[in-house]
Write a new protein. Structure first.
Length: 281
């Protein structure tokens, strides 16, 4: 029977040493900056909550092509802004031909754009028809809760001829999984919850801002909102391209994030009087 004598080292099995080395390496890796993913599902490049803005995922997921030619049907130029633009030079935009704007008001049920007053009132005071939008995060609270928060914090509507119905910005999740961890049917239910609540609060059907590829992936290309909710399509190319199911035409089109003065530029699908009609409800 082997006897371990005092003062002598006991030899371990070679495999034990290998295992310890592997565990030590894994421990070091986990503690290195950027090695672990955040709870939101991303790494160090995950933006802080509240910083999302309209169209921030378009180029990454759908790419970017040419600019619209400017021919064809009459369209009316607009812009969308968020806290990323800070205090906006509305006079310069108005002079350049921009006639309408949408301003980010809220995100989830905890974020309000700190530049909202300057942007929302500033565009109105220069003469633009303006509206507010909400960046949806379906993984943080219900559609009803977010619609209520939006309507109470800048997303309301009044029949003054200069205020557009609120817009629901529903697109890729910048903080984690593209569809916010929801199944296609659950996403449709969440959107319906938001839209129903928003209309009950304001009397208007909200505009839906989205991209066709996201809509297909995350709602299964659901076609049930096209009869009631105007479509604001996101596509950075020469045309709006294929539309989501249920819509035979788009009302607005975000065609670039690198336009003059503020970057995010849009076209309303019609002349100025039709834009006024949308504002009037």
């Amino acid at each position: 029977m082997p006897v371990h004598r005092p003062g002598t080292a006991r030899r371990g099995h070679p495999a034990a040493g290998i295992l310890l080395a592997v565990l030590s390496a894994l421990s070091l890796l986990i503690t290195l900056p950027g090695a672990a993913q955040s709870a939101d599902g991303g790494g160090d490049d995950v933006p802080p909550r509240g910083s999302a803005r309209m169209g921030m995922g378009v180029v990454e997921h759908d790419g970017e092509g040419g600019r619209p030619s400017g021919g064809g049907a009459v369209q009316t130029e607009g812009v969308d802004v968020s806290s990323h633009q800070g205090n906006v030079n509305w006079s310069a935009l108005w002079t350049s031909g921009v006639k309408w704007s949408y301003v980010k008001a809220t995100e989830s049920t905890s974020y309000k754009n700190p530049y909202f007053a300057q942007q929302y009132n500033g565009s109105y005071n220069i003469g633009m028809i303006r509206g507010a939008y909400h960046f949806a995060t379906p993984d943080t609270s219900s559609g009803a809760a977010q619609a209520t928060y939006f309507a109470s914090n800048g997303g309301g509507w009044s029949r003054d001829g200069r205020t557009l119905p609120g817009a629901l910005d529903i697109e890729w999740n910048p903080y984690g999984a593209a569809c916010f961890g929801k199944s296609q049917s659950a996403m449709v239910d969440w959107i319906r919850d938001f839209l129903t609540t928003y209309k009950a609060r304001t009397g208007r059907d909200a505009v839906i801002y989205t991209a066709t590829s996201w809509w297909k992936q995350c709602t299964g290309n659901y076609g049930g909102f096209g009869a009631t909710n105007p479509l604001w399509i996101a596509r950075y190319n020469t045309s709006p391209g294929e539309l989501p199911a249920g819509w035979g035409f788009h009302t607005m089109w975000q065609y670039t994030s690198s336009g003059p003065i503020v970057g995010d530029h849009n076209k309303f699908n019609g002349a100025y009087d039709r834009l006024q009609a949308l504002a009037n409800g």
